[in-house]
Write a protein that binds this ligand. Structure first.
Ligand code: COA
Length: 328
């Protein structure tokens, strides 16, 4: 197998459902206010998928745009990875459902469960396959229908999440590409963010439904400081690995959990806030889709120049975190 030197992004796409749920809508559902949500999180609204839109539909819409942007036909794709914590079903993987819809019959397909860092994990895994010559290209997707696991009676969590999907096509490139990545995991803090019901530990039952175990449980306050520390550390370590520093970065494209987390990360990295790309105000926290949609938006709207440096930086349940440095 011929080893590949540089693997880069050759196309991007994103899709969010039409339905907008504003903070004012939430005021009618739980004891909260637009003022509290805006000042504590930066979120103004989020998108909610329709009943007939499972995660795969969001993923397929984003994937089609990424393939078109890359000018690559689905039959040419050799690997599809979907990063999601809200798969259509426990099995088969959502990636298999996406493959069928796209008619990407040659692709090997699987899902990655790495919560909000899922897209960064997927990018890093796909990059290895292309770099070592196993596959010529890969379609990676971050897609979530978090509204399906959100407890709409819990004001601590329901104000945070939204639905959406982002995708990109990776392939060998002549210049630039993914120049370093860094992943880390700490499985000792599972109980800070998890969904207890529906798995093999607590299979679905009347009890799990009555006890609202099929919804996200989060200790947000405790996660906050850890998120700041881990996202700062991941960006620093990934940049150091490729001999760059924060001053070289054009945009940080972070996971969008809370704007206050991102301003704290910016401060620790000594970076101006303008270099931190934000879409949380429009979409809330879409877990793996947050970085995926943000990357697509940056590529579509920011008139990137050759040599610009992007840092994907994410943190989530697991705990899992990581960063990818991409030279444009
Ligand atoms: N509306 C109004 N009040 C609310 C509220 C809401 N939607 N949600 C919580 N509150 C109240 C709490 O009940 C609490 O009231 P009390 O002081 O009377 O007990 C008060 O606001 C403060 O709650 P707290 O949880 O300490 O708020 P916070 O400033 O930590 O903000 C989060 C909460 C969730 C927004 C914030 O902790 C966060 O973003 N955490 C990180 C999330 C994260 O990184 N997740 C992992 C990656 S996905």
């Amino acid at each position: 197998m011929k080893k590949i030197n540089k693997v880069g992004i050759i196309g991007v796409g994103d899709y969010v459902p039409d339905k907008v749920l504003t903070n004012f809508d939430l005021e009618k559902m739980v004891d909260t206010s637009d003022e509290w949500i805006t000042t504590r999180t930066g979120i103004k609204q989020r998108r909610i998928a329709a009943n007939n839109q499972p995660t795969s539909v969001l993923a397929i819409n984003a994937a089609k745009k990424a393939l078109k942007d890359a000018n690559v036909g689905p039959e040419q794709i050799e690997l599809i990875i979907v990063a999601t914590i809200t798969p259509d079903m426990h099995f088969p993987s959502t990636a298999c459902i996406v493959q069928s819809a796209l008619k990407a019959n040659k692709a090997v397909c699987f899902d990655i469960s790495a919560a909000c860092a899922g897209f960064v994990y997927a990018m890093t895994v796909a990059e290895q396959f292309i770099r070592n010559g196993t596959y010529k290209n890969a379609l990676i997707i971050g897609a979530e229908k978090l509204s399906s696991i959100t407890d709409w009676k819990d004001r601590n969590t329901c104000i945070l999440f939204g639905d959406g999907a982002g995708a990109c096509v990776l392939a060998p490139v002549k210049t630039g590409g993914i120049i370093s990545s860094y992943l880390e995991t700490n499985g000792n803090l599972v109980d800070l963010l998890y969904m207890p019901g529906g798995g093999s530990r607590f299979p679905a039952s009347i009890k799990t439904v009555n006890e609202r175990m099929h919804f996200i449980k989060m200790r947000g306050n405790e996660l906050f400081k850890i998120a700041v520390r881990c996202m700062t550390d991941a960006a620093n370590k990934a940049l150091k690995k490729c001999g760059l520093g924060c001053a070289d970065v054009t945009y940080i494209i972070p996971h969008q959990a809370n704007v206050r987390i991102l301003w704290a990360v910016a401060k620790k990295l000594s970076m101006p806030q303008e270099k931190i790309f934000l879409n949380i105000q429009k979409f809330g926290n879409m877990s793996s889709a947050s970085t995926a949609v943000a990357l697509s938006e940056v590529v579509r709207t920011k008139k990137l120049k050759k040599g610009d440096i992007l840092v994907l930086d994410a943190f989530g349940a697991g705990l899992v975190w990581g960063a990818c440095v991409i030279e444009w």
